[in-house]
Design a protein around this ligand. Structure first.
Ligand code: COA
Length: 261
């Protein structure tokens, strides 16, 4: 892997923590940071040693305060579609990854930051978190999937409101709207909560948890019949060693030992 300038990585057991590390720019996503993020997420797909990921921002003030606005001057009608599609490709990689990825949203998650958090499988917010899609204040709209994922998570009426007013969504409201799974008082507690959740998931059969993610994602794919995806995934699970082990452990009144096979 190339040297990372804008991300900090640390592992604890099989949990990888990725920290966006541009604190003095409120962790804004410049092109270099996005390229590094793509590389590291791609590596997670192939890394059997990593069974859960936490994504967070350096410091206490921001998860990510958006795409790096200083790079926006290069955008025009000719090149902006590619800019959006390349960002969407990275966020799709996060969403479709079979390794669970939890965003610990420590402060501002605005624009591309909110889109990044929404691409993760779950979000744990700190009490000072502020989500939002303020692009409209710059005369643009979200381009990294924000109009779609915000609608999926909080529903059409609220998505219209927040996308068109550009107003921020504080942590407790985000929780009430289903945008955050939990709100914790501070970053330490939010990281701890993310670890606890991941540990629970990691102890399940990984083929099953990966297929659950495919099935839930299928609900939002207009070209896919989610019920069919579920039936196929159910059949796939029934062919695994982990299914045999899970059923045997239940009958023998012991904890199952899943192997991912
Ligand atoms: N892109 C590039 N730089 C950003 C940034 C972004 N999205 N968000 C913050 N920064 C930079 C600021 O320019 C500033 O840099 P400087 O010290 O070199 O001037 C630094 O981060 C700190 O931000 P600052 O604005 O001084 O902090 P604040 O506490 O006064 O305000 C925000 C915090 C989040 C309200 C404000 O930074 C903001 O509105 N950011 C842009 C949010 C946005 O519109 N995101 C969507 C982009 S499409």
């Amino acid at each position: 892997m190339s040297t990372l300038k804008n991300l900090k990585l640390s592992t604890d057991g099989s949990i990888l923590t990725i920290t966006i590390n541009r604190e003095n720019k409120l962790n804004a996503l410049n092109m270099e940071t996005l390229a590094e993020l793509k590389e590291i997420i791609q590596s997670v797909y192939d890394d059997k040693e990593i069974s859960g990921v936490i994504l967070t921002g350096a410091g206490e003030k921001a998860f990510v305060a958006g795409a790096d606005i200083t790079e926006f001057s290069q955008l025009n009608e000719m090149n902006a579609r590619k800019f959006a599609e390349e960002g969407q490709e990275i966020f799709d990689l996060i969403e479709n990854c079979h390794t669970p990825i939890i965003a610990v949203v420590n402060g501002f998650a605005l624009g591309g930051g909110c889109e990044l958090a929404m691409a993760c499988h779950m979000r744990i917010a700190t009490g000072n978190a502020q989500f939002g899609q303020p692009e409209v204040n710059l005369g643009i709209i979200p381009g990294y999937g924000g109009t779609q994922r915000l609608t999926q998570l909080i529903g059409k009426g609220l998505a219209f409101e927040y996308l068109m007013t550009g107003e921020m969504i504080p942590a407790e409201k985000a929780l009430a709207h289903g945008l955050a799974n939990y709100v914790e008082p501070d970053k330490t507690a939010a990281l701890e909560k993310a670890n606890v959740l991941l540990e629970k998931i990691i102890n399940k059969a990984p083929i099953a948890t990966g297929l659950i993610m495919d099935c839930v994602n299928a609900h939002f794919n207009k070209e896919e019949n989610g019920f069919q995806t579920e039936a196929n995934a159910f059949a796939r699970c029934c062919g695994t060693e982990d299914f045999k082990e899970g059923a045997a452990a239940f009958v023998e009144k012991r904890a199952p030992k899943f192997t991912g096979s």
